[in-house]
Design a protein around this ligand. Structure first.
Ligand code: NDP
Length: 279
């Protein structure tokens, strides 16, 4: 089955996929998927749980070398051990994305170990929803530091290598919240809107270097993300809204779809939700 048909047949729907072609592709068919993933060196931030972990598993199973960054070192180390034990190539590097030097060290480790960086997935994030009037200033700061600055540091760490390679792919993680704001989500939604805007600016700027850019906006996906809500009543609301959440593999398949296109095809935006999600 062709990748597009495979996506359409899955149990959630992709509502918006923007693809630009630099020239017509002569390749087609599902074999492209693992072919354009196999052998690639992929750096993933926030790889210790949820979307990042699921993506590491899927890409490793398809032959990518994965370099895992997060603060919970025990989690990324045991994931790396598991993937390596199954015959894959994986490396765990302790990383707090709010420190540029640590994100640079993560990407440098990928290049030192595997010789290049093909894909940078800026996925680390948190979602401590609360109404603005509660003045949760520490939560605002953490959200901005991780969701915006962390992504920018990932771009800064990978871009020089990708320019030199004249090839690469930067994948940023936004959200349905980047497209729609609701009460209690103003700061989170603003960070995810920033991810969309920065990704589009990046797309335009890196054309001369043959670098692809994708921004993925998931709806409710079952991960540990609701645990980042610090206000008990809001956390309860979020948990209810996540009763319809779909598995993290839905996101991993979106990454694989974007990566597996022929190199001249740049999948710029993917927006998907659980089929049952209203917002
Ligand atoms: P999880 O809470 O399961 O994972 C979040 C990841 O981010 C963890 O691996 C965590 O690792 C990492 N992280 C948080 N802070 C930092 C930091 N300072 N430095 C490094 N890593 C950090 O949630 P998800 O997997 O759902 O979230 C991944 C991304 O997906 C986020 O950007 C989120 O906004 C986005 N998203 C998720 C949706 C969902 O419904 N799940 C919907 C839309 C977007 P550690 O704590 O070990 O450092």
């Amino acid at each position: 089955m062709a990748p597009a048909a495979e996506l359409a047949s899955s149990f959630f729907h992709y509502q918006r996929i923007l693809i630009s072609f630099s020239k017509p592709s002569r390749q087609a068919g599902v074999k492209i998927m693992s072919k354009n993933i196999e052998g690639k060196v992929v750096v993933i931030t926030g790889a210790s749980s949820g979307l990042g972990e699921a993506t590491a598993r899927l890409l490793s199973a398809q032959g990518a070398s994965v370099v895992l960054g997060a603060r919970r070192v025990d989690r990324i180390q045991s994931l790396a051990d598991e993937l390596t034990g199954s015959g894959g190539k994986a490396l765990a590097i302790p990383t707090d994305v709010t420190h540029y030097d640590q994100v640079k060290r993560l990407v440098d480790a990928a290049v030192q170990t595997y010789g290049r960086v093909d894909v940078m997935i800026n996925n680390a994030g948190l979602m401590p929803h609360s109404p603005l009037e509660r003045l949760k200033i520490d939560d605002w700061n953490r959200t901005i530091d991780v969701n915006i600055k962390g992504m920018l540091y990932g771009i800064a760490a990978a871009l020089p290598y990708m320019k030199q390679q004249q090839a690469g792919h930067i994948i940023n993680v936004s959200s349905v919240a980047g497209h729609k704001v609701r009460p209690s989500s103003a700061v989170y939604a603003a960070t995810k809107a920033a991810v969309l805007v920065i990704s589009e600016g990046l797309r335009q700027e890196v054309k001369p270097y043959n670098i692809r850019t994708t921004v993925i906006s998931p709806g409710a996906v079952a991960t540990e993300l609701p645990n980042s809500v610090t206000e008990p009543d809001i956390a309860e609301n979020v948990r209810k809204s996540y009763e319809i959440a779909i598995p993290a593999e839905s996101f991993a398949r979106a990454v694989a779809f974007a990566m597996s296109q022929p190199e001249e095809v740049d999948v710029n935006e993917i927006l998907f939700r659980p089929t049952r999600q209203e917002l």
